[in-house]
Write a protein that binds this ligand. Structure first.
Ligand code: PMV
Length: 318
């Protein structure tokens, strides 16, 4: 019988500290219950297909989009392991939305390949996943890969070992990722923020200090499962992100309307200038919020209800 494995790895969302993290301030991210999966079987040849990318890597052919996976194959091969596998990579994580779809796909693929060689370990999956992410993102912080491998809420600061917070989402709350449908570029947004920082460093330092304080308060709010505090801190963080210049009318409409409809908090998540807004609501008011936002076709493309993934990467022998 063929030996086959399925590995699943979650995507991520940034709760607090995006952009501030670029200049060394802390951030909080969590894994979310949307997954990339790699289903691989040992074989006599190499052929792996990505369903979403419509691309393939084989012994003598690598589509451009499959280079991160080819890198993992090379590295695993150089460790003396078997890399002749056949299978498929698929993902339910929106691509290009800042939800860590590339990191999750790489982590799932690395985990499946290692598991087929009885060589799975979280730290090795992290290393391989991070190498693959470098091909996609140049100089990634590594936080997407960390969230995908570990799951749960993670406190992250550049050049420090990420810390699992062991926190749970407060009970009776709902988390929504509201997609404005406005295309965004992390690179462009980061550049804009750094330029503003350069022009107004004395002002910005105070805003960056405030962002750091919000993150520390959010750690406490999460530990105390205090939904009200968490939501309010999200909205304050949003105000700071606006001051960095990454708001656009569509993100502002979603934040404003979510709060008007009774959300506990709402903020841009990720790079901004479009993309996603993260909304925290209590279970009772969430239907009203979803209904209200759904009628805002000008600024809402889709609403993605999110659960938090607390487990990180998982392997199943199939
Ligand atoms: O939208 P995303 O997940 O690409 O978020 C980018 C987060 C930033 O802090 C804006 C940039 C970074 O590298 O941390």
């Amino acid at each position: 019988m063929k030996r086959c494995v399925e590995a699943s790895a979650p995507g991520k969302i940034i709760w607090f500290g995006e952009h501030f993290v670029v200049l060394g301030r802390p951030a909080i991210v969590s894994a979310v219950g949307l997954y990339a999966r790699a289903r691989l079987c040992l074989s006599d040849k190499l052929r792996v297909v990505s369903r979403e990318l419509g691309a393939v890597v084989s012994e003598n052919y690598v589509d451009e989009a499959m280079k991160p996976f080819a890198k993992i194959i090379d590295l695993v091969g150089s460790m003396g392991f078997e890399t002749r596998v056949e299978g498929v990579i698929e993902s339910e994580i929106p691509i290009g939305a800042g939800m860590g779809s590339s990191a999750a796909s790489s982590a799932a693929f690395a985990a499946a390949l290692l598991a087929l060689n009885d060589a799975f370990s979280e730290s090795l999956v992290w290393r391989l996943g991070y190498e693959a992410e470098k091909i996609v993102h140049g100089q990634p912080s590594g936080v997407d890969t960390t969230a995908s491998v570990r799951g749960g809420f993670i406190y992250y600061r550049k050049n420090e070992e990420p810390r699992s917070l062991g926190a749970r989402l407060p009970e009776n709350t709902v988390v929504l990722a509201v997609d404005t449908g406005v295309p965004r570029s992390t690179g462009v947004a980061v550049k804009r923020v750094l330029e503003r920082y350069g022009r107004w460093e004395s002002v910005m330092e105070k805003i960056y200090d405030a962002a750091e304080t919000i993150v520390e308060e959010a750690v406490r709010a999460l530990a105390g499962e205090d939904a009200g505090a968490l939501g309010e801190l999200m909205s304050i963080m949003h105000g700071l992100l606006v001051s960095l210049g990454v708001a656009v009318p569509e993100t502002e409409a979603v934040v404003h309307n979510s709060l008007r409809l009774g959300a506990l908090g709402a903020k841009i998540t990720g790079a901004g200038m479009g993309g996603l807004v993260l909304v925290l609501a209590d279970t009772r008011s969430s239907p009203r919020i979803i209904e209200g936002l759904s009628s805002e076709s000008m600024s809402v493309r889709r609403i993605i209800p999110l659960s938090i993934d607390y487990k990180g990467i998982r392997i199943k022998h199939i």
